[in-house]
Design a protein around this ligand. Structure first.
Ligand code: SF4
Length: 411
């Protein structure tokens, strides 16, 4: 089966073709958004505000004009993200590549620095998994590796969701698009941890309570306490699987396991499919902004030079088709020789190639980033698409419909 994907080129010659004000809202309209949304409906626009030092995240005006469009059709827009993995920097005192996103107040401060505020959006900003990432719903779902997904708890407050994604590379997942925005972005903080590591969560209850001092202090739900024997007790009912106890554990008394790169991708896809199963595919609309295509994700402080030119906006009701289409269009593009791919010797810069097969990747065996200067080919990016189609999240096959704004006709 084929899904429909609408394509709006990044090329513009006048304000009438604006990528932000005109093409974004029209991309939504093309996939049936305007006719499905009723007066007064609450519409959440799920995007990514970018890690603190990142500069390739989506420009705020793309999202602002989506908010304006939602209002213009009589609905109420909200702009949302979810808390990042780990404990806030004010607790850990450690600044990392991924800083500034662990809790709502910390992330909204980063969002403000990046230009996303209630004033600039004309809409409320929120974390879908609550103030510290512990607001989640345990949704039963038969995935390839998971039987349960930690869906971000506030998602249920909204009648529709627009998944507005900056499409780019990702060192673990091969690329980051709509599927990742669902499987990492729409689950709780704990859902992100589980995607990366799996569901192992073991405590050394024989360890002295002093080893758990920091864990007890940070637990937001009171799930951890000292028993009458002086040993730790964890209340399974109260635990919201935020894993912040593990994040501050310096004594190695909590084991959350590990996953291979392939397991990570399949677990992320399980999460994505679980979110759609919970929320309903009829209420979700996907926009991929295929611009500023770097090899790094927005969740890191790194923002290298884009490795292909801007492509444009893709919209679809199918997260797999819209991601497959973005990958295909990137692979049909010429490489920027001033980007990371230009460092690879013996690779032709003269013709299009499967560029994601050459982008840097995380080597989980060596536990370090491989910038791939030797140009070793790997189809690691395809694991995500195959897993997503296998689990029924969507189709890799699609009809590409290019929309010509000037004539307002499809060509
Ligand atoms: S026990 Fe750990 S994972 Fe569970 S709620 Fe407390 S801090 Fe979060």
């Amino acid at each position: 089966m084929k899904s429909e994907v609408y394509y709006f080129t990044a090329r513009t010659f006048s304000h009438e073709e604006s990528l932000s004000k005109v093409k974004g809202p029209l991309a939504l309209e093309k996939i049936g958004f305007n006719s499905k949304v009723n007066n007064g409906d609450k519409v959440v626009i799920k995007t990514h505000f970018g890690a603190l030092e990142n500069v390739r995240y989506l420009r705020p005006s793309y999202i602002r004009f989506l908010c304006d469009h939602v209002k213009a059709i009589g609905a109420v827009p909200y702009v949302a993200e979810s808390c990042g993995w780990g404990a806030p920097e004010e607790v850990t005192g450690i600044h990392t590549e991924y800083s500034g996103r662990a809790a709502e107040d910390e992330y909204l401060e980063t969002a403000k620095i990046h230009g996303f505020t209630k004033e600039t959006m004309g809409a409320e900003l929120l974390m879908l998994d609550g103030s510290v990432g512990a607001n989640s719903i345990r949704h039963s779902f038969k995935g390839k590796r998971f039987n349960e997904v930690l869906v971000a708890g506030r998602l249920k407050e909204f009648d529709h969701m627009v998944v507005a994604t900056h499409f780019k590379g990702h060192i673990g997942a091969g690329f980051g698009g709509a599927i990742k925005n669902l499987g990492i972005g729409c689950v709780s903080k704990g859902g992100k941890v589980q995607a990366h590591l799996g569901k192992k969560f073991e405590f050394n209850f024989d360890a002295p309570i002093s080893d758990y001092e920091a864990c007890l202090k940070i637990c937001p739900t009171g799930a951890l306490k000292e028993g009458s024997d002086g040993k730790l007790i964890r209340d399974e009912e109260k635990c919201k699987y935020c894993y912040m106890c593990k994040s501050v554990c310096k004594n190695n008394v909590i084991d959350t396991g590990s996953s291979t790169q392939e397991e990570f991708v399949v677990q992320m896809v399980d999460n994505a499919a679980g979110v759609v199963d919970y929320y309903g595919s009829d209420k979700i609309y996907f926009l991929n902004y295929v611009i500023d295509v770097t090899w790094q994700c927005d969740c890191t402080g790194g923002s290298d030079v884009p490795f292909v030119s801007d492509i444009g906006i893709l919209s679809s009701k199918d997260p797999v088709a819209v991601d497959q289409c973005a990958v295909d269009l990137i692979h049909l593009s010429y490489m920027n020789p001033h980007s990371i791919l230009g460092n690879i010797e013996n690779i032709s810069k003269e013709k299009p190639k499967e560029w994601f097969s050459f982008t840097p990747r995380f080597d989980s065996k060596k536990d370090k980033l491989d910038l791939n200067p030797s140009g070793k080919e790997s189809k690691h990016w395809e694991i995500q698409l195959k897993a997503a189609e296998d689990i029924g999240l969507g189709f890799r096959d699609y009809n590409l419909i290019e929309v010509n704004i000037e004539s307002k006709k499809e060509s």
